[in-house]
Design a protein around this ligand. Structure first.
Ligand code: NAP
Length: 274
């Protein structure tokens, strides 16, 4: 009988971690490519981030995903930041380059890659929400070369701050449905399972088959925003696409391997349906 002997250790830190799908995705990738590695979930309270980073360095741990609420605080313990981590202003991935801990951000790729097939037609985009995911979305839009970027948020001061930092424009929350957009991305919690499940973040009257919508919410798969957008003839991208692309980019950083995107999608969809 052959015994599995992992040689490399990876994992995710966050608090609370809930039902993260990252271990499923990365452990599947390791198995597919016969890499002797294991990926674990490490719920980590905010006050323990410093000692986690010491462990990361001393063990050493080969790489980690970083999620809420640690995406900013881990930046205090990395040796280098990539350009895209600096432009998002947050870290969601740790890896080693020589003997240095590098903080990177693959969330922007999670937004830009699913949109790339449509990018030639996207000139005017509306981003709904101004939290952590919104920062990655703006960086993703800029990577795609989208020129006119508008942001709207329930709390206007937060939209104003991001607009100033990233040099984009603000639309008042109450006026967000007034214009036609080529792209609308939801980065709020509206539409998520639970008390917000029936709330559409957008008023869809002025949108049509020329509008692409991308809901970053992936639970449920088919959100009220996606459903109503499809009813207007819009092209719709599900939130799971962001999860897949940010995860595949992490896997590539850690192993140099491009995982089969189709198979990864099947795995995650089966998990979500189950
Ligand atoms: P966050 O930093 O907490 O930001 C939450 C955003 O939602 C804020 O803009 C907030 O507006 C808005 N919001 C919350 N409740 C609202 C309400 N009742 N009405 C209007 N706006 C409301 O969270 P985040 O990290 O950016 O995540 C945002 C969403 O993206 C979540 O649904 C998350 O699941 C999803 N996400 C998906 C992926 C993926 O892989 N697909 C990755 C990251 C995040 P205020 O500023 O007014 O509070």
């Amino acid at each position: 009988m052959s015994v599995f002997r992992p040689e490399k250790l990876f994992g995710i830190i966050g608090h609370p971690l809930g039902h993260t799908m990252s271990p499923l995705l990365h452990n599947w990738g390791f198995t597919e490519h016969k890499i002797p590695a294991v990926y674990m979930a490490w719920p980590t309270e905010p006050e323990k981030v410093k000692s986690f980073m010491r462990t990361f360095r001393d063990l050493p741990i080969s790489g980690a995903s970083v999620t809420i609420p640690h995406k900013l605080s881990v930046m205090n313990y990395t040796d280098q930041l990539t350009e895209r981590a600096e432009s998002v202003g947050a870290v969601n991935t740790l890896f080693w380059r020589d003997d240095k801990i590098v903080g990177d951000n693959t969330d922007a790729a999670g937004v830009s890659e699913p949109l790339r097939p449509y990018s030639d037609h996207i000139h005017k985009a509306l981003l709904i929400g101004a939290g952590g995911a919104a920062r990655a979305a703006i960086t993703g839009f800029k990577e795609l070369g989208i020129k006119k970027i508008f942001i709207t948020n329930r709390t206007k001061s937060k939209a104003d701050e991001l607009a100033e930092e990233f040099k984009i424009s603000v639309v008042d929350w109450d006026n967000r449905g007034d214009q036609h957009y080529d792209l609308i991305v939801n980065s709020t919690s509206l539409g998520m399972s639970g008390k917000f499940v029936d709330i559409n973040p957008m008023i869809m009257d002025n949108q049509d088959e020329h509008t692409v919508v991308f809901d970053l919410v992936y639970n449920p798969m088919e959100t009220v925003f996606i459903r109503e957008a499809k009813a207007k003839g819009c092209r719709a991208i599900h939130g799971i696409e962001m999860f897949i692309h940010q995860g595949l980019e992490q896997f590539r950083l850690w192993t140099g391997i491009n995982v089969d995107e189709k198979k990864a999608r099947e795995l995650l969809l089966e998990h979500l349906r189950g």
